[in-house]
Design a protein around this ligand. Structure first.
Ligand SMILES: [Zn+2]
Length: 97
């Protein structure tokens, strides 16, 4: 009976740390594995010590023909224009780290 309670708490702590890692934006899967194998105490240490990667959006201008991204806006893709195609660039937001 005591073992059952211990296992329940162990798994609940592991799942709680996994959820917290997910909310923090760090690798929740790695926290889950560490908590499961090296006890939730190790998982908690990992959770406290790892800083999340900051992701921000930045505007880029993408050519649909050559799939090249440009930082500066222009009416047509300069590479495709050299080949005789007038492809308008589309503004997209990409994830930056
Ligand atoms: Zn192009």
């Amino acid at each position: 009976m005591d073992l059952l309670i211990f296992i329940t708490i162990y798994i609940l702590a592991t799942l709680a740390l996994t959820y917290l890692s997910y909310k923090k934006g760090i690798s929740w899967f790695l926290t889950f594995i560490i908590s499961l194998i090296f006890t939730p105490v190790a998982g908690f240490i990992r959770y406290q010590s790892v800083k999340p990667i900051k992701v921000y959006k930045e505007a880029r201008y993408k050519c649909k023909r050559c799939n090249y991204y440009f930082t500066e806006p222009s009416k047509f893709c300069p590479y495709c224009e050299k080949e005789g195609h007038h492809i308008p660039l589309h503004k997209v937001y990409v994830d930056m780290t």
